[in-house]
Design a protein around this ligand. Structure first.
Ligand code: PEP
Ligand code: MG
Length: 755
């Protein structure tokens, strides 16, 4: 068997010389293929580049008919070259013509070549082209030759990505890297954002691929690995999860950082003549290509971890900060991240953020909660976005549909710009409603409250004219912290909230954790059914110190003011009594030590568990107020996971079973004279809101952005007529099918705007 002539290092040195020559791009490419062919003792070496139109175009060849350059193109699914482009995997064949994917192109004159070795030209896990060598004699290329060709493909990847070859293309469409992409993910925050990509963890651009001195590159690699291990150890020891990694992920990082197989592959790559950073990228490219084909979620996750780790190593080697430079943030930044912690998002200058796109992390991730609070259009679960978008690329984020457009063509951009303008106009109209009293057409007052969970939410109070904070989700402070917030820290936050809205009430909900709301620093409890498991008040009652600390912080923060507290996930009246007893003990404790106490303490519950529907008389008599958590109540009523997209839309909240339940709750609360609100997402949708009002609700608490549209609907509704229609409908109808259509048609007839 023949082997590479002069070895990979000599080839790389030659190619480096060619890269430095002051010649045209085509000449450079022509010389590169000559060198590769000579070094690998191959009769043919050809470069195919993947164009934006998904055709592979022959860009240079040694051995095949040169006349075919820029004329031969093939579909990305055609032939062996197409197969490599598609799979991003190398292919070595002793008898290529026997391969089922072989397709013969007479203009190239390649019929006389038996052996074939092709490798993908990869960058960031994306295929930019294919590099091929061929021989007349039947032979199988060895591993070293495959490696050599893969390494030289990196040089070509840089040439393609640099735009140097752009002018040679047979069509004006450009390369696959720069093509417009339309991607879809999971909607997180409503709204449209147009701007430029800011990679939260900027990719390192490798300037030097070929090493001057392999020994010193190996030494650099060792130093960087040591430094990276030390920094990971530090993160694990400090339990620092501020970048969104859980402790499990950090532990996995630590494991991979010591994985001998990975380290060996890196060293081998340096030994072929690459710089340390090029070696990391080379190994990373393979992992990324594998990742994209991997369907097993666990293995995908591990490959992601490997990718993250390789990024860390690159940053160590190049000495660049791991996180985007906040000082040079453009005015219209769309943050693109694989994942990020909520605190990291808060570090960006809000006034410059136009959108957020996450590769991992859907609507429930902690960062999603912060994005929602900040009102930043956001989309999650967008596959491979961190590799598909380049720093500074134009991007459009549509948070209502989950669409993300990277490098959009002008017509897409124009239509979104128009949409954004219309939205802004509508927002302006809603703002004008701010000081209009919230009355139905027949004069019934409806209270609109706001949901909040962060200090950044508070300015919305003024903007929307909400009459109070109807739900303050205290767990968010816990979710963005690195460890349990101490009592004083909780007190400081609660006081800041109360001080920010001196003339309005705040209803604090005690810690609602468990199920989907995991605290990264709390030991994970493995449960078969977390949504039905140890969560919310169940944790509070089993770990009274946690609840007591929080209640103490709330009581201390509201000295001299009214305080409203509600307990989440109450399933039996006794649980409320037990929680109330803890609150009373805390009041007595503070009193004993002479603390200033709230002028009034009201204790209520969240009605989220269906069992309470049959304890309504008792619970209404026991509490100072009730707030319906419709997100959870509906999930339990239908036994449908609220966040499982496969089942979440199976049943409609606008159907007789839940609407009858809501009516029952409203009737009982009214009879008992117990103040009632609803604070789930349902109350923030105009059609749902008017139906709830028709059923007897007089207070709704919702996200700030929902207040304008809901108010506009209320102002246009006639309560008596709506009630008559809704009550008659839910009493008459059989079964549990959706009533959305008749309700929507009714609203339309009445001229009620539905947002
Ligand atoms: C609810 O369940 O409706 C609710 C408001 O609580 P959360 O969404 O925080 O569970
Ligand atoms: Mg809930």
């Amino acid at each position: 068997m023949q082997s590479a002539h002069g070895g990979p290092r000599l080839l790389l040195r030659r190619l480096r010389e060619v890269m430095a020559e002051p010649v045209s791009a085509q000449t450079r490419l022509d010389r590169i293929v000559v060198h590769i062919a000579a070094n690998m003792v191959a009769e043919v070496c050809s470069v195919y580049v993947l164009r934006a139109d998904q055709f592979l175009e022959l860009y240079a060849t040694e051995g095949l008919n040169r006349e075919a350059v820029h004329l031969t193109t093939m579909g990305a699914e055609e032939g062996l070259v197409g197969l490599i482009a598609q799979t991003a995997e190398s292919l070595a064949l002793a008898d290529a013509q026997q391969h089922p994917a072989f397709s013969y192109r007479p203009e190239t004159g390649e019929e006389i070549y038996s052996s074939f070795l092709g490798v993908p030209i990869l960058r960031g896990g994306n295929t930019l082209g294919v590099l091929v060598v061929q021989n007349k004699a039947r032979r199988l290329y060895n591993d070293e030759e495959v490696e050599v060709l893969q390494t030289t493909a990196m040089l070509l990847a840089e040439m393609i990505a640099s735009g140097e070859l752009q002018s040679l293309a047979a069509t004006g469409d450009g390369f696959a890297t720069r093509r417009a992409l339309s991607l879809t993910g999971t909607p997180i925050t409503d709204g449209i954002g147009l701007g430029h990509a800011v990679l939260h963890e900027p990719r390192i651009i490798i300037k030097q691929i070929v090493a001057e001195d392999t020994k010193s590159e190996l030494a650099r690699l060792d130093v960087a690995i040591k430094a990276m291990r030390a920094s990971i150890d530090k993160l694990v020891d400090q339990g620092d999860t501020s970048h969104g990694e859980t402790r499990d992920i950090l532990e996995t990082f630590r494991m991979i950082a010591h994985d001998q197989g990975w380290l060996r592959r890196l060293r081998e790559a340096v030994n072929t003549g690459l710089t340390a950073e090029a070696a990391v990228e080379r190994v990373q490219n393979d992992a990324r290509a594998k990742m994209q084909r991997q369907t097993d979620p666990y293995l995908r996750e591990r490959l992601h971890d490997l990718d993250d780790l390789a990024n860390r190593l690159l940053h160590e080697l190049v000495g660049q900060s791991f996180i985007a430079d906040h000082a040079s943030l453009p005015d219209n930044a769309i943050i693109v991240a694989r994942t990020m912690g909520p605190a990291a998002l808060l570090d960006y200058d809000r006034s410059k953020l136009r959108g957020l796109v996450l590769e991992d992390g859907g609507a429930l991730s902690h960062v999603a909660i912060v994005a929602r609070s900040l009102g930043i259009p956001a989309v999650g679960n967008v596959g491979n976005i961190i590799n598909l978008a380049e720093q500074g690329d134009p991007i459009i984020v549509d948070g209502s549909t989950g669409d993300v457009h990277v490098r959009p063509p002008a017509d897409v951009e124009n239509s979104y710009a128009e949409k954004a303008r219309l939205r802004a106009k509508r927002q302006e109209q809603y703002r004008k409603l701010r000081d209009v009293p919230c009355l139905t057409r027949d004069g019934v007052a409806i209270d609109l409250h706001m949901n909040a969970g962060l200090v950044v939410d508070l300015p919305h109070m003024e903007e929307t004219g909400a009459i109070s904070i109807g739900l303050f989700r205290t767990e968010i402070q816990f979710m963005i912290a690195h460890r349990f917030p101490r009592m004083r820290e909780q007190e400081v936050l609660y006081r800041a909230i109360l001080d920010a809205v001196p003339d309005r009430a705040v209803t604090f909900r005690t810690l609602d954790i468990g199920s989907d709301k995991v605290l990264p620093y709390m030991d994970k409890v493995e449960e078969e059914n977390p949504a039905l498991g140890w969560r919310a008040i169940r944790i509070g009652l089993d770990r009274p110190a946690l609840l007591r600390t929080q209640l103490r912080a709330l009581l201390r923060a509201s000295g001299g003011r009214d305080l409203k507290i509600m307990f989440p996930m109450i399933a039996a009246v006794e649980e409320f009594h037990a929680a109330k007893a803890i609150a009373e003990q805390e009041v007595a404790y503070l009193q004993r030590y002479g603390h200033s106490l709230p002028s009034d303490v009201q204790l209520g519950i969240m009605l989220e568990v269906p069992s309470l529907l049959w304890q309504l008389d008792e619970i209404c008599a026991a509490v100072d107020f009730v707030s319906v958590g419709s997100n959870d109540l509906l999930q339990y009523l239908f036994a449908v996971d609220r966040d499982n997209s496969r089942v979440a839309n199976r049943f409609d909240s606008l159907s007789a079973p839940p609407l009858r339940a809501f009516k029952l709750i409203a009737d009982k609360a009214r009879a008992a004279n117990t103040p009632l609100t609803l604070c789930g997402e349902m109350g923030g949708q105009p059609l749902e809101a008017i139906v709830l009002i028709a059923l007897g609700f007089r207070g709704l608490s919702m996200s700030p952005a929902a207040i304008g549209p809901v108010k506009a609907a209320i102002l246009a509704m006639d309560l008596a007529e709506t009630r008559h229609f809704v009550v008659e409908l839910i009493e008459r109808i059989d079964g549990g099918r959706s009533l959305r259509e008749p309700l929507r048609a009714f609203a339309e007839r009445q001229g009620i705007p539905l947002g």
